[in-house]
Design a protein around this ligand. Structure first.
Ligand code: MTE
Length: 377
């Protein structure tokens, strides 16, 4: 017997994403699933243009039809909801700036190599998101205060090693984080309706958390009294330490660790001798950035120079990055390594090498950039 079509189900996934859908301004890290990162220079701005915003997919990109798409809200609620796109856009909305950083960003800097998509430092972008606070939808549906978690389900499906059959991309948030006024069901990105690649027609944006929680192609929100045991929450986005299994489940990846990146000069740059201003971006999900310091191996004997305080150019917040700049004296020719380290108001600061974990999650080692200073010859 033919299977009855799902009542409000999305159109089926159309298969692997055509190569032309990945913006050519991005560096492709994987074609299937489509994963592509931004070159570091594009992070040198308050907002990342949509065509330079990294993409991280686990499964083929679903192309959903706005006119038939619905968002279901159920589980531990007193008034289950089923909203059309128009109904959602009619709700009270907010606009905020927030960055998304993939939990695997900078994985390539981890040694020994960790398991996963080999991201350099560009699985990161900041955008202006417009949408409906998830808290409003939970209140409208009458989410029970006794619930503990909110499960977010995307329309994309596929297979994962060790898992039987196909699964949807699903992630959960503690009820408190789901009710944070900054957690949005976003409909627009940098003023434009979401593209298919970034989760159209609606996605979640969870500022202050790694990107895995910002579920794209959102179709269902389930309020739950039980801890969510789905693959992506308990097996994929977790910190697996080196050594024998300890019996207790590995801790989930959640809040963005304090981190900074040097956005200029680029890795491997050659500059004529002179005075320069190094630029970068810094962020932390736990508390606003307190400061950024820069050093270079600029002593005459090649030893590390002192750490210099950078100037913060934006008001630090836990939602998005704050840009910084720091003057550097490169009047002497040579080979240098610039290193930038950020700290936040909770007293966290970047380690020289982040502690190794099997999947290279939440890597926030101090970013180092190699620079040659050489005059014209
Ligand atoms: N949502 C769905 N439905 N499927 C996914 O594969 N990837 C997550 C998150 N939301 C993902 C998803 C991860 S790991 C990240 S880092 C962000 O989406 C990336 O968002 P972007 O592709 O818009 O940059």
């Amino acid at each position: 017997m033919a299977e009855a079509p799902a009542r409000h189900g999305p159109k089926a996934a159309d298969g692997p994403v055509p190569a032309e859908e990945i913006s050519e301004l991005l560096e492709v890290v994987s074609r299937e699933p489509a994963c592509a990162e931004a070159p570091p220079s594009t992070l040198d701005a308050a907002l990342t243009p949509n065509d330079r915003f990294f993409v991280r997919n686990h499964f083929p990109v679903p192309h959903l039809d706005r006119s038939t798409w619905r968002l279901e809200i159920g589980g531990k609620v007193s008034r289950p909801l089923s909203l059309s796109y128009e109904e959602l856009t009619g709700r009270e909305s907010r606009t905020l700036r927030a960055l998304l950083e993939c939990a695997g960003n900078s994985r390539r800097a981890m040694y020994p190599p960790a398991e996963g998509v080999p991201w350099n430092h560009g699985a990161l972008g900041a955008a202006e998101w417009h949408g409906v606070p998830l808290a409003e939808l939970l209140a409208e549906a009458g989410a029970f205060d006794t619930a503990s978690e909110v499960i977010l389900t995307g329309a994309d499906r596929g297979t994962e090693p060790g898992v039987r059959g196909t699964i949807a991309y699903e992630m959960s948030l503690p009820l408190e984080k789901a009710r944070d006024p900054d957690t949005l069901v976003a409909l627009r990105m940098n003023g434009e309706p979401l593209s298919a690649m970034h989760g159209a027609p609606a996605r979640v944006v969870v500022p202050g958390w790694y990107g895995m929680a910002s579920v794209k192609w959102l179709t269902r929100i389930t309020v739950s009294a039980e801890p969510f045991r789905g693959f992506f929450r308990t097996e994929s986005y977790v910190m697996i330490p080196e050594g024998p299994e300890r019996g207790s489940p590995p801790p989930p990846v959640t809040t963005l660790r304090v981190k900074s990146l040097i956005t200029w000069p680029a890795e491997g740059a050659t500059l004529p001798p002179g005075l320069y201003s190094v630029r970068g971006a810094a962020w932390s999900g736990e508390s606003p950035v307190a400061g950024v310091e820069l050093t270079s191996s600029s002593g005459r004997d090649g030893s590390a120079g002192p750490w210099l305080a950078a100037k913060l150019l934006d008001e630090p917040s836990t939602l998005t990055w704050c840009r910084w700049e720091c003057p550097i004296d490169f009047r002497v020719e040579g080979h240098f390594v610039l290193r930038a380290r950020a700290s936040d108001r909770s007293g966290n600061s970047q380690p020289l090498h982040a502690r190794w974990n099997f999947r290279g999650m939440s890597t926030n080692s101090i970013h180092a950039v190699r620079v040659t200073v050489r005059g014209p010859r």
